[in-house]
Design a protein. Structure first.
Length: 38
């Protein structure tokens, strides 16, 4: 059971990291659009 919970925690961390990276890329792309760079 402990191994399962540990795996769940790791999966949640990976998901958060992916979401954070994606939102960072999207925010940067929107900022570039606003400045007329893209």
């Amino acid at each position: 059971m402990e191994g399962f919970l540990e795996g769940l925690g790791v999966a949640a961390l990976v998901l958060l990291a992916i979401i954070g990276a994606l939102s960072g890329v999207i925010a940067g792309w929107i900022a570039g659009n606003r400045m007329g760079l893209y």
